[in-house]
Design a protein around this ligand. Structure first.
Ligand SMILES: [Zn+2]
Length: 230
């Protein structure tokens, strides 16, 4: 019997790389899906390509979506990225790096591709702890999307298949994600988290994503192979 196919949302960050590795460890054939959505920098897409290749993605689709035309986020408009915030500040409220409806947009495309691939499984590396307060990273959001997915598709309505949204990291801290990824052989040197890469190619070390990443590696007791400027 052929391996079951899973569509895995792959941003190039350490969470999605670990989610891909979990899918692979569970016996799925991974179809990586990334978005060129007009984000500030192309660095994370380069990482997504390298991670997909390193983890043996069956296919890697990079869809172009111009979310910059909509704007409304520090990642898609000319709004400064917050720097040097405390962990309490990072995990309270919804920051300006929130991209309006991003995971709904991404999961909708994953759902369409899954239906074409006759896949019943989508993996997304969201987590509720050590995250940036984005509403579309919560378990109740994912459950609601899964219900929608089974009402929205031909495969679901005809009862041929039932789609599952897998969130293997949702209740893990960043440190636990780092440990899980390391156990599964993820090369974190290929991943990228920083919202504001420096001209010399290093991570900034001060944005929310860099600070959460640093805390995760420190608590996991592992070195981060990606150098940071600060
Ligand atoms: Zn940064």
């Amino acid at each position: 019997m052929a391996a079951r196919r899973a569509v895995v949302l792959l941003s190039g960050g350490l969470d999605s790389a670990t989610a891909f590795a979990v899918a692979r460890a569970e016996g799925f054939e991974g179809y990586a899906l990334s978005f060129d959505y007009g984000q500030r920098h192309g660095r994370e897409l380069d990482s997504a390509r390298r991670v997909a290749a390193a983890l043996g993605a069956k296919e890697h689709l990079v869809l172009r979506l111009d979310l910059r035309a909509i704007g409304g986020s520090a990642l898609t408009a000319d709004v400064p990225v917050p720097k040097g915030r405390s962990h309490a500040a990072i995990t309270t409220g919804i920051p300006v790096t929130y991209v309006p409806a991003r995971n709904t947009i991404f999961l909708s495309h994953a759902l369409a591709w899954a239906e074409v691939l006759e896949s019943q499984d989508i993996f997304i590396g969201v987590n509720m702890y050590d995250f940036s307060g984005y509403p579309d990273c919560r378990a109740e959001y994912i459950e609601a999307f899964e219900r929608l997915a089974n009402l929205a598709t031909k495969a679901g309505v005809e009862g041929r298949s039932r789609l599952t949204i897998h969130t293997p990291l949702i209740r893990l801290t960043k440190a636990q994600i780092v440990k899980r990824g390391a156990e599964l052989g993820v090369d974190f040197g290929l991943t990228w988290s920083c919202y504001e890469p420096q001209p010399d190619g290093r991570a900034c070390g001060l944005c929310d994503a860099c600070l959460l990443r640093r805390k995760g590696f420190a608590e996991a007791g592992l070195p981060d192979p990606v150098p940071a400027a600060h």
